[in-house]
Each structure stands twice: as C-alpha cells, then as structure tokens.
Design a protein around this ligand. Structure first.
Ligand code: 5GP
Ligand code: ZN
Length: 136
C-alpha cells in the first residue's frame, strides 16, 4: 500500500528524484537532505508503513539485513570509524516523517558528538518492577 500524500512513498518509488545510493524491489536508500554527518542515509521501504508498530515483520527483517550490508559498504567507501543505526517512532521519539525509515549515520573520530541523552534514576525496586513487567 502506498499513501498519495506521503513524501517518502513518492521518493521511494521514484516519483520525486533524489540522491539515491541503492534500490531493490523493497527499498530505496537515499542521502538525508539534512545530514547529521557525511553520508547520512535513510533506508525507506517502497510500501507505506507508518512506523515500527505498523511495519510488516518480514520487511523489518529485510531492512535490518540491508542496514548490515550498507554499514559495511559505506564504512569501506567513506572511511568512517563507526556507525549509528537509528529509527524513530512517533512524534515523542523524534519522528518527523511518518513513513518507516532507518537512519544510517556514519561516525568519524574527529567528528562532533551528535547523539546525546541524559539518564533517569530508578531504585532497585523500581528496576525489579520494570523487569517483571517486561519479561516474556
Ligand atoms: P525522522 O525525524 O522522521 O526520524 O527523520 C526524517 C529525516 O528525513 C530527517 O533526517 C530529514 O532530514 C529527512 N528528510 C525529510 N524530508 C526529506 C526529503 O524530502 N528528502 C530527503 N532526502 N530527506 C528528507
Ligand atoms: Zn509513505
């Protein structure tokens, strides 16, 4: 399914030209228009899924497999020193385009710090309760 009002549907399916570094039957990978670092790219499925809650499991698995291959390929080509794979879901988590995508962010030893977050404190009892709640 595609969404006529979705910019990433249009980009992934070639209706809007962009800096595309990879394409197969399921995905297009493009350079992010506002890159956090040199080579910052986005894996975008051709089908419309809003986020991780909605994406088909098999497509999600393929996206991760592609991320693995591109991490190796891009590191080789760019000479970067590490990599962040990032994926935002819903506004509260920083998602701004509501079509599932994975960020591939090359990192460089001499680059600035781009990803930081603080830490919340939880007591041992709270950690136990969280663990109990989440355990499957
Ligand atoms: P999000 O915040 O949803 O995880 O990430 C959306 C990303 O898409 C942002 O990093 C933003 O720069 C990028 N982006 C948004 N619109 C376009 C576009 O039209 N073309 C490209 N290449 N990147 C876009
Ligand atoms: Zn879409």
């Amino acid at each position: 399914m595609r969404d006529d009002n979705c910019i990433f549907c249009k980009i992934a399916n070639g209706d809007i030209p962009t800096n595309s570094i990879y394409e197969d039957d399921d995905f297009r990978v493009i350079l992010d228009a506002s890159p956090a670092t040199k080579g910052h790219s986005l894996i975008i499925p051709k089908e419309h899924y809003k986020d991780m809650y909605e994406i088909d499991e098999k497509v999600a698995a393929k996206a991760m497999s592609l991320a693995k291959k591109l991490t190796v390929h891009m590191t080789d080509k760019l000479g970067c020193d590490g990599f962040n794979i990032l994926q935002n879901n819903r506004e509260v988590a920083g998602q701004t385009v509501f079509h599932f995508h994975m960020h591939l962010i090359p990192r460089y030893n001499d680059g600035k710090s781009i990803l930081t977050w603080g830490h919340e404190e939880f007591s041992d009892d709270e950690m136990k309760a969280i663990c109990e709640n989440l355990r499957q």
